[in-house]
Design a protein. Sequence first.
Length: 956
Amino acid sequence: MAQLDDFYTAVRHLNAIAKDECENASKYLASFQSSVEAWSVVDRVLGEAKDPAACIFAAQTLRRKMIRDFKQLPENTHESLRSSIVGHLTVLETKLGEAYRPVSTQLCVALADLYLQVPTWNSFIAQLLNQFAEKAQHDIKFAHILLELFKVFPEELQNQSLKIGDNRRYAVQDELASQTEAVVYCLELICKASTSDLQTKAITTLGSWLTNKRCPSDVVCRSYFFHSILDVIANPKCPEDVHVAAISTICQAMTFCEDLARNEALAKLIMEKTFQTEAAFDAAGKEDDTDKLTSYGRLYAELCNMLLEPIVNTPGHDFGNLKSLELVNIVTEYCDHSLVQTTFDVWYRLSEALYYLNDEDFQEKRVFFRPFVEKYVKNLTKTCRFDPNLDDIPSETDDFVDFRYQAQDSIKDIVFIMGTLDLVESVMEGIQASIERNAKWDEMEAGLFIIKAAASSIVKGDETITPRVVQLILRIPHNAHIMVLKTTIELIGELSEWLADRHVEIVECTEWLLKLEEHMIKRLLKTWSGALQAVTSDGFTHLSTFFEKMYTALELIQTWEGNVKDIDEAAQEITKAATNLLNNRPSSEIAQGLATLLTHPLHHLQNICQNPQLRVQEKHVRTREQLFLDPLAWLDRITCVYRVLKPWSEQQDFKNRVQLERHQQIPVAWYEHSVTVARQISEVFKTFKDDYRIMEHSCRAVRFVVRSMGWQSINFIPDLAHQLVEIYNEYSHSCILYLASVIVDENGNNPELHEGLINLLKYLSQKAFAVLNSGEGPQQHPETIDDLYRLSVRYCLRLPVPFFQEQVAEQLIEVGTYLIETPHQDANKSVLFFITEVINFATSDRVPLQYQAGAQIAKSLIIKYGNKIVWHCIHGSIYHLSAHIQYEVAAVLKLLLQICRPEVDHWVDVAISNLDKDSGLTATTEQLQTFKMKFMAATRTGDISNELRDLSRLYT
């Protein structure tokens, strides 16, 4: 058999030293795995079992094909394939020795996947028990097989790659649940008769079995096997591997018991036994057994999660016993970050539950939980201390740094329980005490770090605690430890909103930042520049005199050697900071400041466009000189300026002049500068039109220039639009569509531009349709869908009558119906938003008289394509769309129900008649009719979304 020989050869070459042999083998095997012939070849390879590597690959292929290519198998082969896999499992050890285990694992998964996809099969677990259970007590091989099967069956039920639907899923769950007593007893017998590794595996297998929440909890509760597992975790001398396995299984049992009313006895047993582990936890602590301590931390966290509802609703009573939280805080007392990390989810879920209480209930419950939170904050502050011998800034990838980020989020979660000011005051007292006893720098830094985490919750008008925090900051010397300075700078940035109302303090903090020594700024460049940007963003009215200092700092850092990326990012932040200080200044000052900030970017872009051969690509930039030749750096600098600069219509000078002159036609203060920028970027378009990255960054820059000028961008828009159309026809960069949407947004209300804007849409959309119709266009170009329909929404909102009178409007609706099913969130949302706006425009009672003609056309298009919209919404919700997008789909369907209910009733009938049904892996006819009935009766978007979700679960 030639294919069999080719398979063995390819597997042998897969790990060959020669690169070409390896690549050819990989290509052959990838093609082989998709073929129909692979089924028989891998079956034969497994039957021969003469090469472990070939057997492993064959088993992996079989498992892969069960999920991806199951429909290749004729129905009459299912039974023989099942028998063949079971046969392979029974003889593999004899042929392969110890190498059989990974093959066996893959085959067990394949067997489970096969069984799940044949809805006419049942009672398989009972058959396996009859076939293997007795042998498993005396033969390790059969014990391994049974344990693997008991493990993978419930796990594969959760495998979302298997499209078997809830009907089949529930049927198999019920089948497994009915065998729980026999399976648990079998595990107990294996555990008694086997070696330690099999005992460990038997324990973890029970955990896997309990992922099926239809199992009868009373069977588990009264089983000797489960009681023995609970006893294990209270035994300080329990072997490490057994202890970890036991904790893992009990944690899974806690998840199983989340429905406390249904599983009350089991949950109570677990709670009581867990409360008895405190002595074992202390023993592990004395022995410094980090692995066991971490396992206990996980156990206590899962206990709190299981009991969360009664803990919040009835604290101190029955399942609300607060000893659960005491155990969690015992873990945090160790101040070991790997231990404390296990508790974060508890505090998050507790805070979430308390957050949604009404004020009266919260104040009542807060009394119970505040002491636990206070203790947690105290322990967390200690845990967040760096090693006092640290002499530099640790890497962002450092585990402890990652822990501190998570700790920061945890403080933000629970701060409202303790009260922001109370928390800050408590930590301030600790900092003050550390200063008085001349403690090492790490104590102060940890305290500042915790305050920083809570700072965003400080109310703007606080006059009690925050002024003391600021005074503490201002007393920190500029030669303090590098980490103290870093955290202090970050804290200033976090306090920017509070500082915005305090002239003296914001000026002092800004001066403190600017007085840092140059060598310190270099080490803290990203943090320092970010803080300046934050402070100037919120407090620009107090800091206008700092513009020259900001610009001086900008010029200085651009002369430094070092990490070019960090320097460029810092330059962008300082550019934003300087631009912040121009907002609401007199128009002459704004114009002068812009001229200053734009000089270098325009100069460098002009140089690059005149000498494109000198251009250095972003990925190759290593030095300051190379950065000057990267157009992206200077385009982004322009973007920073115009992104931060308020549009002319929002500037205070504009508002003052409108009041005086009584009209809106006041020239933009920076008109000439913006025209110069637009012309220079036009040259960039012309020079680098084939480079997507440069085009993307150029479009972004122009976008903000147009936004800043509003309707006064009209003077350069026609030439720009013409250039964009030419480039898009040649290169189809989707960013051009996005820029076009901004142009329409700013100029669509001007009737004089309607004809030109409609022509712009016609030209761009035809090319976009061509892109989407080529090959797998929607899958390969979701960004084109996103940007095209963003653009279409702008036409619908800004010039609806001219838009709907054109054929392109119908084309966009027709194509949009198919694109609803594109598996890309941004693309989906834009298409659905467009359809929503079309429906809203067609049906609004507030459509002005002059728009009525357009509204009639829009409504006729909705009626014409409504059947396709309904079909793709329902079909897409089943097979392609995420739960988040299903809600957007539901909103569209709800709108359709409001405007054309009789038609929707018919369209839904047609849609469900075209769905697969009654196969055992899909919905039944009765379930589809129930869906339709509930769908038509729904009055809320959430109800429709829930019905779509439930329908999709019957298929996936």
